[in-house]
Ligand binder design. Structure first.
Ligand code: MN
Length: 489
């Protein structure tokens, strides 16, 4: 790949891009990295070029592409911050500095303090300008793609870091495709036996499924055409690592036949109206599986902004199949998340999202940033970095469930969360005054373990206080802190 290919790519989605600046950044980086080699033996410049190319695939702005090209000049190139300011201005220099700062996140017990400090910097940098983290993710992606050239020790360290930090970050930012790729790249380095087993296991399965999917797709195309709905249908196998995690769940117990979204059928349509239209078409052709139901993430998006209709149906010959229906724009955002968001919001010619755009599912939900904002608020409150780290481990990177309040708001909680955790995440007063809970119309105890999709209604009594016993079962730091605060007062 050459810089002119990247410039051509950028010009297609952004005619007003500053190509001269991109070219200048490339020449600068090329000079700085002159004579340096990657562990693969390739000239070093290949790495910044690849990173810039990934960023161009995400359709990012000129500044991001330039930062991608320059991202290693401070760290590996002996260039001073002031040189960057002089050549490229403060905005770009600050961003490159940000990427460098969040660069090395040592894990492991001995360096915990340092780890926390870096994580802090990363989150602060993220809050200041999200492009820092997008560039960092692109950098990590290429480093994972070339991980085979590093020592075994480094391989394991980087793969672990990727699973622990970068993939969850990508997920939180709604970058589903990035998350899946990072996990799948890390997977073989950490669980090589399991990885090989799964690759073989699924190869057989996919071979058998191919023919079936072709027939099913043909049928749905026909039905949709009869209803006048223009659509694009595709089906892609689930990412290997997320499949592996699912297989490990106790109720599945490594039985691949119990996984229905192994290959999901994806129907992309033009408008929100067509999404529901297509859902009707699918359901009139194939009956939904009763226990699975329909998830409407368009009316109620997931906290990371994901929007889609999901249904599980008895398809051809009674085979259970998951079908996902969304607009092209929703799909773009589901794959690219915050990066897509950034692209849309940077289009200055669109001061206001038009009704037509909204109908196409074009809006960019701001909620994607709310997790980052919350973390920043916490880290300001917390002087003790150990507590901050615990919070991150506690709330930030644990597996999540999604539950609903009676008026339909979605709450994002860690696995194992209880009605008390839910109550405190709604409002500290609701947590303090909780006396009981009704989950899906059934009375439950306050230590009940919530599941994704639960509808939670808190019964409260004005003026009542939390019980110290709650500390034994709550799993969120918000609840823990709320309870302690109220007990002390
Ligand atoms: Mn790099």
């Amino acid at each position: 790949m050459e810089i002119k290919d990247i410039i051509t790519k950028v010009q297609i989605y952004s005619p007003e891009a500053d190509c001269l600046l991109i070219r200048k950044a490339f020449d600068f980086a090329d000079l700085v990295h002159q004579g340096q080699k990657r562990k693969s033996g390739e000239p070093y410049i290949v790495h910044p070029l690849t990173v810039a190319n990934i960023l161009a695939d995400y359709r990012l702005d000129t500044t991001s592409i330039v930062v991608g090209l320059l991202h290693d000049t401070l760290e590996d190139g002996n260039i001073k911050f002031t040189d960057l300011v002089k050549e490229f201005g403060t905005e770009i220099a600050d961003l490159v500095n940000g990427v460098t700062k969040v660069g090395e996140i040592p894990l492991g017990e001995a360096k915990e303090e340092e780890f926390v400090e870096n994580l802090r910097k990363m989150i602060l940098a993220m809050a200041k300008d999200i492009r820092v983290i997008i560039v960092k993710l692109a950098d990590r992606l290429h480093n994972m793609q070339t991980l085979q050239y590093l020592s075994k020790e480094r391989q394991i360290k980087n793969a672990k870091e990727t699973l622990d930090i970068y993939a969850p970050l990508a997920e939180r930012l709604g970058m589903g495709e990035m998350k899946g790729s990072l996990e799948d790249l890390a997977f073989p380095y950490l669980f090589s036996k399991e990885y090989c087993w799964l690759v073989n296991y699924t190869k057989e399965y996919y071979k058998k499924t191919e023919e079936f999917l072709k027939d099913a797709t043909r049928e749905i195309y026909k039905e949709l055409a009869e209803e006048g709905i223009r659509a694009k249908i595709s089906s892609r196998p689930k990412h290997l690592y997320s499949l592996w995690c699912k297989l490990l769940r106790p109720e599945i117990n490594k039985d691949i036949n119990k996984i229905y979204d192994l290959v999901a059928m994806r129907i992309l349509v033009d408008s929100v109206k067509d999404c529901y239209g297509a859902l009707g078409v699918v359901h009139s052709k194939w009956k939904p599986v009763p226990a699975k139901g329909v998830s409407d993430f368009i009316a109620q998006p997931k906290p990371n902004g994901y929007r889609s209709l999901h249904t599980t149906v008895f398809s051809l010959k009674g085979r259970i199949l998951e079908v996902q229906i969304r607009t092209f724009e929703m799909h773009e955002q589901a794959e690219n998340g915050i990066a897509a968001h950034w692209y849309y919001s940077s289009q200055k010619s669109k001061p206001r999202v038009s009704d037509e755009k909204t109908e196409k599912g074009f809006f960019a939900p701001d909620e994607k940033l709310s997790w980052v904002k919350r973390l920043v608020a916490w880290q300001k409150e917390m002087v003790d970095s150990k507590e901050f780290l615990e919070t991150l481990k506690f709330d930030g990177f644990a597996h999540r469930i999604f539950v609903f309040s009676p008026n339909g708001d979605v709450y994002d909680l860690p696995q194992g969360a209880t009605p008390v955790d839910f109550a405190y995440s709604v409002h500290s007063k609701l947590g303090d005054e909780a006396r009981g809970a009704i989950v899906n119309n059934k009375m439950v105890s306050l230590d009940f373990k919530l599941k994704s999709g639960d509808l939670v209604n808190i019964i409260k009594k004005d003026g009542s206080k939390p019980s110290e016993k709650w500390l034994r079962f709550v799993v969120t730091q918000t609840a823990r802190r709320g309870i302690q605060k109220r007990i002390k007062s």
